[in-house]
Design a protein around this ligand. Structure first.
Ligand code: 8Y7
Length: 274
């Protein structure tokens, strides 16, 4: 899954049009590099950020979605807003990637109304503006698993069948370095929920903490994290550096490491798996 950001620094129309043109070019480039899914986002959810208005978010993403749906890969939109969900699915987007796991009023119904739409339900503690101030868990893996189970049940109750759902532990979203690493070490436990895992480590702060690299220097760390995430059962990796990640996964698969792990495989010794 290749990341396409449409978040101009400038709120002027000029900034918005420039950002849309850049995002359209980014879609083309990521598909050429081998992305299997595009993830288009108009809300920065980096720690400390405030959400834009729904109107601004929609004006950012809709023109990019209209282009992306012509490229022959599934299109995901990173949003929490029911109005945006409804508009992008009507425009032909395939997946809603919601860091708030469809908790905003009307979000479940908006996804349920489009029978073929998929959804990624992600765990986050708190909200982006404040989530990194004091993250706290009794047991991070148990709490993330219980949250995702609850959101999956809510989605199913609203009419979103389980085969439409993928789950995401939400690395970096209301989690300390220790929380992230504990969750990563035990990521395979989330496979017990019975749905594919989507994982995003690309260029995130914890890779900076591990390597001492600035955000622009984290490509190698991000590729390493993507492979490690796949080794721990991730089926979809959300990345900026698509070409490098695709190359790494080709080698991974050629080495026979590519078979899709199940929770049962992970409960056995991995070395004895066929
Ligand atoms: C994730 C995400 C971001 C993630 C899913 C960033 C929108 C922060 N991270 N969505 N979005 N999972 N599903 O650094 O980990 O890319 S934004």
């Amino acid at each position: 899954m290749g990341i396409v950001n449409v978040t101009p620094d400038s709120f002027s129309d000029g900034g918005r049009h420039a950002a849309a043109a850049e995002a359209v070019a980014c879609c083309d480039r990521l598909v050429a590099e081998g992305a299997g899914i595009l993830d288009i986002g108009g809300e920065s959810t980096r720690p400390g950020s405030q959400p834009p208005s729904v109107e601004v978010e929609l004006a950012r993403v809709l023109p990019v979605v209209r282009h992306a749906v012509t490229l022959g890969v599934p299109v995901s939109v990173d949003t929490s807003q029911p109005v945006v969900i409804d508009a992008v699915l009507a425009a032909g987007a395939d997946i809603v990637n919601d860091v708030r796991a469809l908790q905003l009023p009307g979000a479940l119904a908006a996804v349920a109304a489009h029978a073929s739409a998929g959804v990624c339900l992600m765990h986050m503690q708190g909200e982006p503006a404040t989530m990194q101030l004091a993250p706290h868990y009794r047991d991070v893996v148990d709490e993330v698993r219980a949250f995702l189970a609850g959101r999956m049940a809510a989605a199913q109750a609203a009419g979103v069948g389980s085969t439409r759902i993928v789950l995401d532990p939400g690395y970096g979203f209301g989690k300390s370095q220790e929380h992230n690493l504990t969750l990563f070490a035990r990521q395979h436990e989330l496979l017990a929920l019975g749905r594919p895992l989507l994982v995003g480590w690309s260029r995130k702060g914890m890779l900076g903490k591990l390597t001492g690299r600035t955000v622009d220097e984290r490509q190698a760390a991000s590729v390493g994290a993507a492979l490690a995430a796949v080794a721990r059962g991730a089926r979809i990796v959300r990345v900026h550096d698509v070409a490098a990640t695709v190359d790494a996964l080709k080698v991974w698969n050629a080495a026979g490491l590519g078979s899709l792990p199940t929770s049962q495989d992970h409960n056995q010794d991995r070395r004895t798996s066929p």
